[in-house]
Structure formats: structure tokens, C-alpha cells
Design a protein around this ligand. Structure first.
Ligand code: DGJ
Length: 709
């Protein structure tokens, strides 16, 4: 037995420099991997004692710590329930400035291998990690737990964790911060197709108590997985010490989803992307850079100003009504008209949500000349046309279901309907081909359509697949994600110029894995601007504003100028009955479009600077955030008053500008054109030289800063 006083033996040390932080693993003399360093200087950690005294790198059931839940739990072919891995070899592959590091391990007794894979993105400082498991045992093995990462931390008594998710539909991105106490806290999601309606697969850990925007340790973690996810935080007290041991496990949620793995096949866990930053601002800088660099399609292309018809018509429209809305969309200066649900269905017309899903031919009662007439109407007004689809779903009242009742996700019981619909089973090859053909046919039938909103309005509630053998039904949860991603990839590859919006009853599918085939997502069906300020604040910690669709609607009956200002701080658009607006309201919309034209490059591609939080801190009745240009010559700041203002609101402190530079500031609340507020240096603004005197609740002020004095 080695003791801490022994000199470290000649061990293999593995360092991962993730860009500004890192971690170090080392093998002990038995070849077991330990985490010897993690954090800002984690890639340079000295191995001070025998690695055996450090926490295990990725504990498996049956390993040396039998009292804590493991990250890997496997039943081997001959029945053994324990796994003990030892280092086989380390492979390093250069990828430009980055690296793919593979740590290959083998079970000491059985013919099972686990490869720990890490891909750096040093430009952002976000590290991508996943594991791969394969074996040559004498039959299938069963994977019960298969977390992608399991780092160990020493945290202070004030450590907090922040989760993102509320009561389900229309409550996405609700912000909850809580102190970590001893025990295991599990933050998970279920439902398969729209798990993120329950909880976004991201987590913020602040090991020394709540951090600030520019100070404090922040660990941010995103499970890039379009299925059920699980974070587990296992906290243990330490004797005679206030600090605590924390093991964070993150990956696909294995509940009901144990994976039966045949010899010679490889199981790949979801990628978990994570970083260790100083301050929450840096966390967002990093996730935005990584999301742009590794996730989003066409991240540098400025997103269109979209007018959608859903909230103004629901299913009740005809060609004349839509052409009227297209005209108004062009009049207010939008770029694109998006026709939502309700345009299809022939023998089972889609007049409400009870019929038609699956039958993707235009309803000729509503649209006698089909979609091409609408594409032409939009083109005639100089704007683009987009269309809504929900290719994974079927109403029982549809020709598709009547022809293929066996295509749906179900077990042997009668499947339960949700929003009167069933989900198609993507593990069936003919279903995958059908789903691809839906988009191909819709786009092919209406050439010129250049935008697709991909919706998915039910979860999986009765898991089962006729494509899988009886003893493999539980693998469907994982296999469905890969099968759906295959469909999405085929569609994205087949239509490289078409912009795709991801939606699942709002933000039910907002993850960094699925987003790889999309340009943006529908953040939430909840468009009440007061709620949206808080949702977008939380969501903006992880995703750039270019991806966060934000439309002006009438939800919450808020003043239109305020609703427009809130939408302008995301990817701007309208979901309003533009034909019903009076002249004054139309003028507000036109002013908002003019602001979007001047500021959308900053909002979408600039650097987010959060100024006043509506979700934590003392005053949650207001919010302020800004976006600065890379050269800091321009910026836009949004100030939102959510509740009645206090009589003496604090000054607005705007950091992040060039202290030496003089900025001219023009401000508008959208009830009138921008007014000149004068000039200020960046240093003045960082010192709070600018007052903020809101006129009342649900008002906004948009400040445009330029150096052209
Ligand atoms: C849910 C989406 O979130 C809405 O925006 C809308 O597209 C409806 N589905 C249509 O059914």
C-alpha cells in the first residue's frame, strides 16, 4: 500500500489543455486512472503524491469507492456486475490548433474496452467529451449507467448549482439557483422528443458561491443530446473541514434506457461540452464562441426578420388572408413570411390539431393554388417565404395513419395520444425515408421556399419499437436520437441553402447536439415579453442571440413598444396580426424594424454584456444587457423595466467599452424616433455616468452607441 508520503511512482500523466483551463489524469501503478488536477491551472497540475490518493477519473461500479454512485455500471455477458478499467494507451491527434485525445482502457478481467475521448476547442475554451464502449465478450453486455463525464471537485460550503427549466410547456429556461448540500441531487429530463421542456440540458456550478459577471469560478456544462438527459451532483462532507467532495456526472438519462450491447459493436455516449471560467460573462463568451464555431449552421449569416402567422390566425386562414399578411410583412420591412401549422391535409384537413398530420399536400380549400402562389406573392413583395412542418408526427385521423398504423412509436399497449397525435418510429427505415421525403416534397412543390420551421408537438410516453427485438426495447431511447439526427442531417445536407428553425412545442428540443442541423430555435411559445426577458436572459448564457428566435406577440397584453424592444434583443420577428394594427402600432413596428436593421449585426454577432439581472440579485424588476462590436466602436444596450420602477433607480453601469473612446448615444423607447443623449467616454459609462429613469413598468429603452460623434 502506498502512502501520501511516498514519492510518486513513474506514472503516465495525461494533460488536457482545454484553453484557459484543463485537467490532468494520471495512472497509478495498477493502471487505474485518477484525476490529479482540474480547473484554471488544472492542465499544469503537479502530481504531488502517488496518483492512487487522488479521486478516480471516471468511477465504475465495483471500483475502489463502493459507497458512491458510479458513472459506469455494466453487467457483463457472463453475469459479472463490476468493471475495473486499467489504462491501455493514450492517443493524441492534432486537429489544427486543437487536439483529439483518446484514453483507451480495458477491463482487467473481461474483454471490454472503454475509450475516453476529448476534443478541445481552444478558441472558445469549451471541451467536448464522450466515451465509447465496445467488447468481445461471449454475448451481449448491458450498460445501466453510462455518463459521459464525471469530474470531481472540492467545493466550499457556499457552492451553488443553477438549473434551467420550469413547469413544462411555456415555462422553459426558468432559473433556479440552490445551495449544494450533502447527498445526491439529480436533475434529469424524460419524454424523448421534447425532454428540454422539463429541463434544459445545461447546468452552471459555482463551487465557491454565486459568481459575478466578471469574477468567481463558474463551471458550465451542456449535454449535447436530443433525448433524455441527467445531471447528478453527489456531494459528500469531509471530516474536520468545511469543504465538500463533489462528483458531477452528466450524460444521457439511463432511466428505462439500459443499453444492450452486442460483441463487436460500439456504444457512443452523448457529447458533453463544458468549461471552467472566471465569471458568468466568460462562461457565455465561451459557449457563444463554441456554439458558433462547432454547432450552428451558417453562424455568420445574419438571420432574417421573420413574420409568422401562428398567433394571428392559428388554423383559420385562406389564401387571401395569408397574402394580406405577406403584404403587411413586406410593408413593415420584414425579410421573410413564415406560414405555420394548418396549411395541409386533404381527406383529413388540418382545421385544428385533431387531423391531417402526416398528409403533407396543401389543403386546396384554404390554398386553391397551393404553396407556389404564396412563394410568388412573397417574392412579388420582395420578401422570402418559409413553411412549417412536423415530419415526425401523425394524427390517427390522416391518410398516413390509415395506410401505416404500424409506423408509430408504441409498445404492446394502446398508445396514448398527446395533442391528438402519435409519433412516428424513426427506427423504421421507411419512416426515416418518409420524413426526409416530407421536407423534400414540400420544398420541391414550392420552389423558392427558403426557410423551414421543424416542429414536434408531443413527447414519447409509450416507449417501444417494432424495429427492435423484445429484449432490446430499452435501447430505443438512445437509438431514436441517432435515427432522428440521421433524418435531420439528410435534410440539412439536401437543402444547404434553406434555413431551418428547431422547435418542439416551443423550446422542447433546444440542445447543442440537435442544433447542429439548424440555424436557430423557437425559444418558447411563451412570448409574454416580461417572461421572455427572463427566459432570454437565462438562455443567453448558453446560446448566442442569433439562435434565439424572439417574436413580438400579444401574449400578456403588454405595450407594443416594450414587446418590440424585448424581441429586438434576440433574433427579431413578429407573430402579430399586422393587418389589424392601427397606424400608431404600425409606426412602432416600423421603428422596431429600423432599429433591427441598425443593430442586428451587433445583437447576432457581437459580444453579449449582461448589466442588470432580472433573475437573481436584489432587484429583479428590471433588466439590462448589451451587445458590443468586436472593435468596440459600436454597441447597443437594452434596458427593460419589468415592474413599477423605484423612485431612485441606480445608475446604469456599462462595462466592456473602450475607456478612451467617446461614444454618442441615441435612445428610443420605440414610441418615437431615437433622441440624442449626448456623448460619453467608455470610462464614464463604466463608472455609471448614464442615468436610467424608466417611465413606468413594461417600458424599455434602447441605447445605440456609436463613435461617429
Ligand atoms: C407549437 C409551436 O411552438 C408553435 O409556434 C406553433 O408552431 C404550433 N406548434 C403549431 O401547431
Amino acid at each position: 500500500m502506498t502512502t501520501p508520503d511516498d514519492a510518486p511512482p513513474d506514472q503516465e500523466v495525461l494533460r488536457i489543455d482545454a484553453g484557459g483551463w484543463g485537467w490532468t489524469w494520471a495512472a497509478d501503478s495498477d493502471g487505474r486512472l485518477h484525476q490529479v488536477g482540474l480547473g484554471l491551472d488544472g492542465a499544469g497540475a503537479a502530481v504531488e503524491v502517488d496518483p492512487v490518493w487522488y479521486p478516480h477519473a471516471h468511477p465504475a461500479w465495483g471500483g475502489p469507492d463502493p459507497f458512491r454512485p458510479p458513472a459506469l455500471r455494466i453487467t457483463h455477458a457472463e453475469g459479472t456486475t463490476t468493471t475495473r478499467l486499467r489504462l491501455d494507451r493514450v492517443e493524441r491527434q492534432a486537429l489544427g490548433d486543437d487536439e483529439l485525445v483518446t484514453v483507451r482502457t480495458v477491463d482487467e478481467l473481461l474483454a471490454l474496452r472503454v475509450a475516453f475521448r476529448s476534443r478541445t476547442h481552444r478558441y472558445s475554451g469549451v471541451l467536448e467529451q464522450w466515451i465509447e464502449i465496445d467488447h468481445d465478450e461471449d454475448g451481449p453486455v448491458t450498460l445501466w449507467d453510462y455518463d459521459s463525464i464525471a469530474p470531481a471537485f472540492l467545493v466550499g460550503p457556499e457552492a451553488v448549482v443553477t438549473q434551467f427549466g420550469g413547469a413544462g410547456w411555456a415555462d422553459e429556461w426558468a432559473w433556479t439557483t440552490e445551495r449544494l448540500t450533502p447527498g445526491t441531487k439529480v436533475l434529469d429530463s424524460l419524454g424523448g422528443i421534447q425532454p428540454h421542456l422539463q429541463r434544459s440540458p445545461v447546468l452552471m456550478l459555482e463551487p465557491n458561491g454565486p459568481a459575478e459577471e466578471a469574477a468567481g469560478d463558474v463551471i458550465g456544462c451542456s449535454i449535447a443530446w436530443g433525448g433524455n438527459t441527467r445531471f447528478a451532483l453527489d456531494v459528500r462532507p469531509r471530516a474536520n473541514d468545511e469543504t465538500r467532495d463533489l462528483r458531477l456526472r452528466a450524460g444521457a438519462n439511463p432511466l428505462g434506457a439500459h443499453y444492450v450491447l452486442d460483441p463487436g459493436t460500439t456504444f457512443v455516449t452523448p457529447t458533453v461540452a463544458w468549461t471552467w471560467s472566471t465569471g458568468r460573462g466568460e462562461l457565455s463568451d465561451r459557449f457563444h464562441r463554441w456554439t458558433r464555431g462547432r454547432v450552428l449552421r451558417d453562424p455568420d449569416r445574419t438571420r432574417p426578420i421573420v413574420v409568422n402567422n401562428w398567433e394571428s390566425t392559428f388554423f383559420d386562414f385562406d389564401e387571401q388572408r395569408i397574402v394580406g399578411l405577406i403584404d403587411r410583412a413586406a410593408d413593415v420591412g420584414a425579410d421573410l413570411f413564415l406560414l405555420d401549422d394548418g396549411w395541409f391535409g386533404t381527406s383529413s384537413p388540418r382545421d385544428d390539431d385533431t387531423a391531417g398530420l402526416g398528409d403533407w399536400d396543401p389543403d386546396r380549400r384554404k390554398l386553391p393554388e397551393g404553396l407556389p402562389a404564396l412563394v410568388d406573392a412573397a417574392a412579388g413583395r420582395g420578401i422570402r417565404f418559409g413553411i412549417w412542418v412536423e415530419p415526425e408526427m401523425v394524427n390517427p385521423d390522416s391518410d398516413l395513419f390509415r395506410a401505416h398504423p404500424d409506423w408509430v412509436i408504441r409498445d404492446r399497449r394502446e398508445p396514448r395520444e398527446h395533442r391528438n397525435q402519435l409519433a412516428l418510429d424513426p427506427l423504421l427505415e421507411e419512416v426515416r425515408d418518409f420524413e426526409v421525403s416530407v421536407v423534400d416534397r414540400v420544398l420541391g412543390g414550392a420552389p423558392g421556399t427558403s426557410y423551414v420551421k421543424w416542429d414536434a408537438n408531443r413527447p414519447v410516453t409509450d416507449p417501444g419499437s417494432s424495429a427492435l427485438a423484445a429484449d432490446r426495447q430499452s435501447t430505443a431511447w438512445v437509438d431514436w436520437v441517432h435515427a432522428t439526427w440521421e433524418v435531420m442531417q439528410r435534410i440539412a445536407d439536401g437543402h444547404p441553402e434553406v434555413e431551418l428553425m428547431l422547435c418542439a412545442s416551443g423550446g422542447g428540443r433546444t440542445d447543442h447536439g440537435t442544433l447542429r442541423w439548424f440555424h436557430e430555435f423557437w425559444t418558447s411559445d411563451n412570448t409574454d415579453p416580461v417572461t421572455r426577458v427572463r427566459m432570454q436572459w437565462a438562455c443567453g448564457h448558453w446560446f448566442p442571440a442569433s439562435a434565439m428566435a424572439a417574436h413580438v406577440t400579444q401574449w400578456g397584453d403588454r405595450p407594443l413598444p416594450f414587446a418590440c424592444a424585448v424581441a429586438l434583443s434576440g433574433r427579431f420577428g413578429f407573430d402579430l396580426d399586422l393587418e389589424a394594427l392601427d397606424d400608431e402600432s404600425l409606426a412602432v413596428c416600423r421603428r422596431a424594424v429600423a432599429v433591427a436593421r441598425r443593430t442586428q449585426d451587433l445583437v447576432q454577432h457581437g459580444r453579449l454584456v449582461r448589466l442588470v439581472s432580472p433573475v437573481d440579485g436584489d432587484d429583479r424588476g428590471r433588466a439590462a444587457l448589451g451587445y458590443t462590436a468586436p472593435d468596440r466602436n459600436r454597441a447597443v444596450v437594452f434596458c427593460f423595466q419589468l415592474d413599477e420602477p423605484s423612485s431612485d433607480p441606480p445608475a446604469l453601469v456599462i462595462p466592456g467599452l473602450d475607456p478612451e473612446v467617446t461614444y454618442r448615444i441615441r435612445a428610443t423607447d420605440l414610441t418615437s424616433d431615437p433622441a440624442d443623449l449626448g456623448t460619453f467616454t467608455g470610462a464614464d459609462l463604466a463608472a455609471g455616468a448614464l442615468g436610467w429613469r424608466p417611465r413606468g413598468s413594461t417600458t424599455a429603452s434602447i441605447l445605440e452607441l456609436t463613435t461617429s460623434v
